[in-house]
Design a protein around this ligand. Structure first.
Ligand code: CP
Length: 317
């Protein structure tokens, strides 16, 4: 593994998930692997779990980490090739990224989509510019379209819970939200579950919320949430804005919020969400605080996912 920006950087999902679970059992088993190595975590957007879990993972491997909230503390970066920089941008990515490549052994970046222009966001221009110019391995901390560290943690969490089920039924359900949210987590979860191939996978959402088929092909897609939830072993709840009517909120139907009543038709489904979550908008309190919620476990598993990825990159570079 050179970079980690999608499932396509992973040779074997099951093997990587097992490595992560091995770290969960023995967090410090490779505590000298990253000695004298340094990881940079660049945030163009806020984070709680991704930032801290990746730092803990680096520490477990003996690495130093430096967090840089570049959106608040750095120069305003220019991303456009050939730009005449007589406006608000101060430093070109072509100049900043190679410098960061000199300071770190691995560069991790969080860069959300603007949700204004589908082509711009789906070109993944910003993370690709970092990859092009920094000269060191790059790890996505959530990019414009994908959130692979989250998805690996999600697969690990499902694996831990479904030991007795040969092929669990996993339902990804859209939930309401008060503002436009990126499609990253949903795209990425679909991409990983489809490539993992160990589940019956259903996606349910209101009309107009179809995700990019590049990620969902292989899943069953329905607008009937109740039908989708029948017999489910796992229910992953997530809002996303429209891909078709790009970045827009086109449904505010509160009946899509996941409540205990929705869960009654499932197979005592475990409930997942990547967090942060809008309580009583996306999911009801009773579900989040109930015994079937595994959201905290999912977030805890972010450490082992990050540790497995960082160790692979250190070993291969
Ligand atoms: N799930 C997730 O990525 O959380 P943060 O945005 O807090 O990092």
């Amino acid at each position: 593994m050179k970079h980690f920006t999608s499932v396509h950087d992973v040779a074997d999902i099951k093997d990587l998930a097992q490595k992560a679970l091995d770290y969960k059992s023995h967090p410090l088993k490779d505590s000298s692997l990253g000695i004298n190595k340094r990881i940079g975590l660049l945030f163009l957007n806020p984070s709680l779990r991704t930032r801290i879990s990746t730092q803990v993972a680096a520490r477990n491997l003996g690495m130093d980490s430096i967090v840089f909230n570049i959106d608040k503390e750095g120069w305003n970066l220019e991303m456009a090739d050939g730009a005449i920089m007589n406006g608000t941008t101060v430093e070109h990515i072509k100049d900043a990224a190679p410098v960061l490549g000199q300071y770190f052994n691995i560069l991790c970046i969080r860069t959300f989509p603007a949700l204004l222009n589908k082509e711009d966001d789906y070109s993944e221009h910003i993370i690709n510019q970092f990859i092009k110019y920094c000269g060191i391995p790059v790890v996505s901390l959530e990019s414009a379209t994908l959130h692979p560290l989250q998805s690996l943690a999600d697969i690990i969490s499902i694996r831990e819970e479904h030991k007795s089920i040969a092929k669990p039924k996993i339902v990804l359900t859209w939930a309401p939200h008060i503002k436009p949210i990126p499609q990253c987590v949903a795209n990425s979860f679909a991409q990983w579950v489809n490539n993992w191939g160990e589940a019956e996978f259903i996606i349910t959402h209101p009309e107009g919320y179809e995700l990019d088929p590049a990620y969902t092909n292989g899943a069953t897609i329905t607008h009937d949430q109740c039908e989708a939830l029948k017999g489910a072993d796992f229910v992953y709840v997530k809002n996303w804005s429209s891909y078709k009517d790009y970045g827009k909120v086109i449904c505010t139907d509160t009946s899509w919020m996941l409540t205990q009543k929705h869960l009654d038709v499932t197979n005592n489904a475990k409930v997942m969400h990547c967090l942060p979550v809008r309580r009583n908008v996306e999911l009801s309190d009773e579900v989040l605080d109930g015994k079937h919620s595994i959201v905290t476990k999912q977030a805890a598993n972010r450490v082992w996912a990050a540790q497995a990825v960082l160790s692979e990159i250190i070993r291969n570079n």
